[in-house]
Design a binder for this molecule. Structure first.
Ligand code: NDP
Length: 492
């Protein structure tokens, strides 16, 4: 804008509306009740108890799901042990690879069904489950299928061995993708698995159980048990487990780490995050604004690596914030099954309450809150895209993981200052840098204490690329060659 010219506010209220483009759910076949997948069969839980899984966009029950207790966990671990000793560890690696490849192919064939169920159960926009979650999940199986018969080349000059039975616990934000991140490398390395999906999003993992069955995987190689935190804890504490792979909150990660201390179990922890997304004055601003939007509003902000702390260089702050608010106003919040939707439903009432609590905290701390003016459905769990300015490093909304569509904005003047501010946090999972200067990219990315740092892009994932954190964001890496290591015992 020229000096002296008046800033024109863009009006988004027009008569032009997108026609609804709902993805059909008519082809979806869901049972009214789901049992536990143990030893290749669906079995009723020992307690006879079930819990409901609901669609967060309309609060309607989708199905009852079995609640596994300690006895069920024990059965699942025993079945995994038997499958490990009698079948999977003895099978030629090439054959194991074929099974994993087959799982990937069936996932691709059933991609549409998986995407719709993921959206119904978790609330995420169909555009994301269709174009990101499901293809990436299949890609992980394809990628690790390729590794199965090449493990001896993964760490040349050493002898590698599988560990045995892996207990795997996953969260609700990317249910199928997290299941793939866990199961694919474990199987490729020659281990068997007991996986517990999150209580609010068990359905795609149970569909994956059907796919695993269709792929003809020997019984017990993969067992999927549903339940709440107590089921996860029983799995962690089971003496028949050789390795725990956990993705979830830092609080639960700490409980698990304490429980495993002093045992011979190996473990990896993929925990929370609070990423800095840094915009320098020499960045391409419109592109950076898209990156900020994608960084924080992708999957309603339920993303461990979400760019939830925005740092803008002071000289361009006013302009960036204005453009950002304008762009936020264009986000379509609503029916997750509509292909136009950008921001879907919040995963659960509990998570919505947590986000609202943080909004109150932010206001009480003196933050200036901007929310988009869009209408949101009356039924279901929803939150408008939100931005806070006038926050400081010590604000709780800057320091703590909100896990929702809430962005805090701070400014900086120098490279050194922003590095200091970005690292001044208990987490260290991810980050983003936007600048025209390659040297600045190298300077900042190497100084950020974060497992993944994107430059002039954000939230890009690939099965060949390792992912994981420093500090309270956890330990160990998933994805790529690094993701195989935690499932192997390596001898020199
Ligand atoms: P939680 O830690 O609450 O739950 C994660 C899983 O652990 C769920 O399956 C949960 O069961 C189970 N669980 C709960 N309590 C225990 C226990 N005492 N022992 C064993 N298992 C237990 O996290 P959320 O599901 O709320 O997920 C959000 C968190 O996950 C965020 O902090 C996010 O940053 C992190 N995350 C990290 C990623 C990474 O790669 N670093 C990726 C994705 C998410 P239930 O569902 O029944 O509570």
């Amino acid at each position: 804008m020229k000096k002296g010219s008046k800033e024109v506010k863009i009006k988004f209220e027009t008569d032009w509306k997108y026609a609804p483009a709902p993805e059909s759910s008519d082809h979806i076949k869901l049972k009214s009740s789901y049992d536990l997948f143990i030893n290749g069969e669906f079995v009723t839980p020992s307690s006879g108890k079930y819990f409901e899984t609901v669609n967060p966009s309309n609060e309607k029950k989708i199905a009852d799901v079995a609640d596994a207790n300690e006895k069920d966990v024990d059965n699942a671990v025993k079945s995994a042990r038997q499958a490990y000793e009698k079948v999977w560890s003895r099978m030629p690696a090439k054959e194991r690879g074929k099974y994993i490849f087959r799982i990937a192919r069936i996932m691709q064939e059933r991609a549409r069904e998986l995407a719709v169920i993921e959206t119904m159960d978790g609330g995420k926009a169909i555009r994301e489950s269709r174009d990101i979650d499901v293809p990436l999940a299949a890609a992980h199986f394809f990628y690790y299928a390729g590794w199965a018969d090449k493990i001896e080349y993964a760490v040349p000059g050493t002898k590698t061995k599988s560990l045995g039975v892996a207990g795997q616990i996953i969260p609700w934000n990317f249910p199928l993708l997290m299941a793939a991140w866990k199961i694919a490398p474990a199987l490729a390395a020659g281990n068997t698995v007991v996986l517990k999906p999150a209580e609010t999003t068990p359905l795609t993992a149970l569909k994956l159980a059907e796919i695993i069955s269709d792929a003809g995987l020997p019984p017990g190689v993969v067992n999927i048990i549903t339940g709440a935190g107590a089921t996860g804890a029983a799995l962690v504490n089971h003496p028949g487990i050789d390795k725990i792979a956990f993705t979830g909150s830092t609080d639960v990660g700490k409980i698990i780490q304490k429980a495993l201390a002093g045992t011979s179990k190996k473990y990896t922890l993929e925990l929370g995050g609070k990423a800095a997304n840094i915009i320098f004055e020499d960045a391409t601003i419109d592109q950076a604004v898209e990156g900020i939007i994608n960084g924080i509003f992708f999957n309603q902000g339920h993303v461990c690596c979400a760019g939830s702390r925005l740092f803008v260089q002071e000289s361009i702050a006013k302009k960036v914030i204005r453009k950002l608010k304008d762009r936020m106003e264009t986000l379509i919040v609503g029916d997750p099954l509509d292909k136009n939707t950008d921001v879907g439903a919040i995963n659960s009432k509990m998570q919505l309450d947590k986000i609202k609590q943080y909004i109150k905290i932010g206001m009480n701390e003196g933050g200036e809150c901007f929310q988009t003016s869009c209408s949101i459905p009356t039924k279901g769990y929803w939150h408008r895209p939100t931005l806070f300015t006038n926050v400081s490093q010590s604000s709780r909304i800057v320091q703590e993981e909100i896990f929702g569509p809430v962005l805090s904005v701070q400014t900086f003047r120098t490279v050194e200052e922003v590095i200091e501010k970005a690292n001044n946090i208990p987490y260290g999972l991810s980050g983003g840098v936007w600048t025209d200067k390659g040297s600045k990219i190298f300077r900042v990315t190497s100084a950020l204490r974060a497992g993944v740092v994107w430059a002039n892009t954000y939230n890009k994932f690939d099965p060949t690329s390792p992912f994981g954190g420093y500090k309270e964001s956890g330990m160990g890496r998933e994805g790529g060659l690094h993701g195989l290591m935690p499932y192997l015992s390596i001898e020199n």
